[in-house]
Write a protein that binds this ligand. Structure first.
Ligand code: HC1
Ligand code: SF4
Length: 575
């Protein structure tokens, strides 16, 4: 520990802590546009300048560690003046079209301009007029709005190890763009949206599909069916002033009904369905030797995109089970349409996801028309749903708790934990155990796969059979796991794992690129706690015990991995 003073107050902080974090720890918020706790400090914006007592020199609090005896001043008239001046320079390069910006009311630059009372602009306006990149189905790049903070580049390179984004040009002409100055859709981008979730302004944002949803809702000929993903229910509240992690399933159903959706189902039901197929697939490969081991989960479309691009030789290891959102969509346009007597051509399926990549998944070429129609029509993010609720004037906090509709609305605790890293694995274990032994697991909570550690390895004992497991989240953690498998295979040794779960975003879907802004590990942990609380309070906690799932197999699908299940619930991959 080192002894320091901040604004005259004596404090003890751990060695190596940056001045910015030391100050924040003691409730002094030094302004910054470039620093984010997920990322290494870059010191590019220059707003976090501070001084030490007795010295006129100013330095960046994000990039300077505390030192014994340091007496730091975070705020005096001169510091405030320099920060204001820096802000005015940033604003001079920025288009002043806040009223038309997707981040209006939720922008870190706008907030700082308000807090610093910026009322005039001494500098000649010099906004860059650069074209938007609309090429991906998931995110839009608007380089004219970029404040060159570097967060997107950092997150894409360091956290996701994708390297789709770069700084191009020099000096005044510096801008963010895909390396090689190509369209984002032609770059290695995996559409995870982490750049949009970390951007402090409106330079990268989710593609807004809410207009399409409104059109479907308002069309009297169309029957709209909506599904919500596991992780949405523990984060949507943040847009309405709730604590992160507050479980708001019932209010979200109520809001969707008031928006005008005809039928409300839950992706958690389909997560139970995914487990039926994926756990069966695991047993078939692992115990019967039919197929490659390790089995790798594939419900995260950014992860699938990454694997197809960078590890195509691993394709035989992918689970062929579709993601829950796609399984749900094909069941809506077949099973539900038949049961409800609705022409599937008149159904529009909408999904609400914590994810920008799900917009890409619905447009993949592979097996996404299994119902005979486009299975899933529109996918929107948690952020887009929050905007729809607000623009419709719905007072979210005053809504009653409502139920989802039948037959695709009932879910188990296993379905809900899909939303957190390790959750798909834990849900699969609960059912695989039953499939292998014919007995239920006594204690269903399998905690070695939980938590925010980048790679979680463990060994499960299923009635004397050892199952080696790995769970990774954030693409930067994946290479370690895959390389271990590849090295073992190349050396002709036993594979180090039998079952691998990967989610592209840190924390899993709770930390998805389409979730409300401002996620940090503390917020991801709260959302995760909300997910596990939902599991704990569930009467049924294993997918194979879901009565609505049993009925679906009895009435329509037949057996897991059977002919019909293959037709509607499985897919393939293209290198
Ligand atoms: Fe996810 Fe999944 S867990 S991928 O994050 O397998 O988006 O929440 O809906 O499909 O169920 C997302 C979440 C989500 C799918 C499920
Ligand atoms: Fe990089 Fe993900 Fe953004 Fe694509 S969506 S540029 S992969 S951070």
């Amino acid at each position: 520990m080192v002894n320091i003073k901040i604004n005259g107050k004596e404090l003890k902080v751990s060695e190596g802590t940056s001045i910015l974090n030391a100050a924040r720890h003691f409730q002094i918020d030094i302004p910054t546009l470039c620093y984010h706790p997920d990322l290494p400090a870059w010191g590019s914006c220059g707003l976090c300048i501070v001084k030490t007592e007795g010295s006129p020199k100013m330095f960046r609090a994000c990039a300077t560690p505390v030192a014994e005896g340091m007496s730091i001043i975070t705020d005096d008239p001169e510091i405030v003046e320099v920060r204001k001046n820096t802000l005015q320079l940033i604003l001079a390069d920025h288009p002043n079209d806040c009223l038309y910006c997707g981040r209006n009311g939720n922008c870190e630059l706008q907030k700082l301009a308000a807090e610093f009372g910026i009322r005039e602009q001494p500098y000649e306006p010099n906004p860059q007029n650069l074209p938007k990149d609309n090429s991906t189905p998931s995110i839009v790049l608007d380089p004219s709005k970029c404040v060159k903070c570097g967060r997107c580049v950092n997150v894409c390179q360091e956290m996701q190890n994708v390297w789709a984004l770069e700084f191009l040009g020099r000096g005044d002409g510096t801008r963010i763009a895909p390396a090689g100055d190509i369209y984002l859709n032609d770059s290695p981008c995996i559409k995870c949206g982490q750049c949009s979730a970390h951007c402090p302004v409106g330079a990268i944002y989710e593609k807004d599909d809410t207009r399409k949803v409104w059109d479907a809702i308002r069309d009297p000929e169309i029957h709209t069916v909506v599904q919500i993903a596991p992780a949405v229910r523990v984060a949507i509240g943040e847009a309405f002033g709730y604590e992160p992690g507050t479980l708001l399933t019932g209010k979200t159903y109520a809001a969707l009904r008031r928006l005008g959706f005809d039928t409300i189902f839950d992706t958690n039901f389909a997560a139970d369905l995914t487990i039926m197929e994926e756990a069966s697939e695991f047993v078939k490969r692992f115990l019967e030797g039919k197929g490659e081991i390790p089995l790798v989960t594939t419900c995260c479309p950014s992860w699938v995109d990454y694997l197809e691009k960078y590890f195509p030789d691993m394709i035989p290891h992918f689970s062929t089970a579709k993601s829950p959102q796609m399984m749900m969509a094909s069941m809506i346009k077949t099973y539900y349409a038949q049961k409800a007597g609705i022409d599937p051509a008149k159904i529009v399926v909408v999904s609400v996801m914590p994810c920008t990549s799900k917009k890409y998944e619905i447009n993949r070429d592979e097996d996404m028309y299994s119902s005979g129609y486009k299975d899933l029509d529109i996918s929107i993010t948690t952020r887009e749903l929050a905007r729809m609720i607000k623009s419709a004037g719905i007072e979210f906090s005053k809504l009653p708790d409502e139920e989802a509709d039948s037959p695709l609305g009932m879910y188990t605790g296993a379905g809900t934990i899909f939303g957190a890293t390790g959750g798909v694995m834990e849900a699969a274990i609960r059912t695989a155990y039953y499939f292998v032994t014919g007995k239920e697991m006594g204690e269903v909570e399998y905690t070695p796969v939980r938590g925010l550690e980048g790679v979680k390895e463990s060994e499960l004992d299923i009635d004397g059979t050892k199952v080696k497991i790995a769970v990774a989240h954030s693409i930067s953690n994946v290479e370690y796991v895959l390389n271990k498998v590849k090295e073992a295979k190349a050396a002709g040794k036993d594979v180090p794992y039998h079952f691998i779960e990967v989610m592209a975003c840190r924390g899993g879907c709770v930390g998805g690129g389409g979730q409300p802004y401002g996620a940090t590990d503390a917020i991801r942990a709260k959302r995760t706690a909300g997910i596990y609380a939902d599991d704990k309070k569930s009467e049924i906690r294993c997918s194979h015990q879901n009565p609505a799932i049993k009925k679906l197999y009895e009435e329509f699908l037949g057996e897991p991995l059977g002919e019909k299940a293959h037709k509607y619930l499985h897919t393939h991959y293209t290198p």
